[in-house]
Design a protein around this ligand. Structure first.
Ligand code: FAD
Length: 314
């Protein structure tokens, strides 16, 4: 959709972001950011050619990947799939704890954090912005970064994201001796919607997917029971020998953009504002990219990657 060169650059930036996030985690003493391999498997035979093409392009651009055939997938990972790409570079974290660890680190350096404050009005003018809180207090700033997730669509006049509903379940904790997950890998597939499976560092298994193409929280929540049962069945089909006891189930909104890329940087009709909207399945890595681009633009520096994710592209 955006051309070979730009697509490759976007992949490279995500790969770099994983390494940068790891070094940030280390710097602030946050231990729950772990490198993991990632296995992307063909959900059916018809996806093999797509997967091979994807592998070829990643390989020719020096991503550390290998193409696995059915037999190796069975031998190494213990399940049936017609083909898969194994990527050496991936990572897993608890994004919520990571955010709190960053706040704690930054608080010591003088950053101020005001949680549970709802911004109800934002006024943009030539010299800056004035925000109003729910208690009618005002905050003035030279620049504002909108990092307010899906709520931000209310401020943008373009259709930038499609909101879907998504579901996930998590197992009870496994006993240490009883827990074998092949290579501790992150697993996802080529299905649409895709299915993903991973472990947590307290020895649980998370399974997610079964998305619905609508945004309607009430309707979404009503489907939670049948969807969580479907996810459990999906898991049992892949790993019939791993016992699975569901402990929690949940649902939420998931946003994706037409080209799979985030929206980062300024938006013309809202002066002195910058956006960090990491919509899509790579939102955490896109957030790291957004931090660098927005920092550079606010400081008046050039950033070569900014155009890739700008609002001007649509
Ligand atoms: C099911 C699912 C799976 C995902 N899997 C992955 C994955 O594997 N890898 C990956 O990289 N990413 C993944 N993502 C995406 C990733 O989780 C998100 O991109 C990331 O958490 C977004 O962070 P954020 O800080 O930009 O937004 P959010 O976490 O949405 O935070 C926005 C904050 O702004 C606050 N806010 C909004 N409006 C206001 C207001 N008016 N006043 C005050 N506060 C306000 C909200 O309360 C919220 O706290 C996944 C997302 C989902 C839903």
């Amino acid at each position: 959709m955006i051309g070979y060169k730009k697509a490759v650059r976007s992949y490279q930036l995500c790969a770099e972001a994983i390494n940068k996030l790891k070094s940030i985690a280390e710097k602030i003493g946050f231990s729950e950011f772990e490198y993991k391999k990632s296995l992307y498997y063909a959900a059916s035979k018809k996806d093999i050619s797509f997967l091979k093409e994807e592998y070829k392009i990643r390989k020719e651009n020096n991503f550390e990947v290998s193409l696995l055939e059915q037999k190796s997938i069975k031998n190494i990972f213990g399940f049936d799939a017609p083909a898969a790409i194994l990527s050496e570079l991936g990572a897993q974290t608890d994004a919520y704890s990571f955010t709190h660890a960053l706040h704690q680190h930054n608080l010591k350096k003088g950053t101020k954090v005001f949680d549970r404050v709802n911004i109800t009005k934002i006024h943009h003018n030539k010299n800056g912005v004035i925000l109003t809180t729910q208690n009618k207090k005002t905050i003035k700033a030279k620049n504002l970064i909108y990092a307010s997730g899906y709520e931000t669509v209310n401020f943008i006049n373009k259709k930038i994201v499609k909101l879907n509903s998504t579901y996930a379940i998590i197992s009870e904790r496994y006993e240490e001796d009883n827990f074998a997950w092949p290579e501790e890998v992150l697993i996802w597939n080529t299905d649409d919607p895709y299915l993903y499976l991973r472990t947590t560092n307290d020895r649980r298994i998370i399974i997610g997917g079964r998305d619905e193409k609508f945004y309607n929280p009430e309707k979404r929540d009503k489907l939670l029971d049948p969807k969580s049962n479907r996810l459990e069945t999906d898991f049992k089909k892949i790993f019939p020998k791993i016992p699975f006891k569901k402990e929690y189930k949940w649902t939420g909104t998931f946003g994706s953009t037409k080209d799979g890329l985030p929206f980062i940087g300024p938006y013309k009709s809202l002066p002195n504002s910058f956006f960090a909207l990491g919509f899509g399945g790579n939102g955490i890595t896109f957030s790291q990219i957004a931090a660098e681009i927005n920092r550079d633009l606010i400081l008046g520096k050039d950033n070569q990657n900014a155009a890739l994710f700008s609002f001007e592209r649509i």
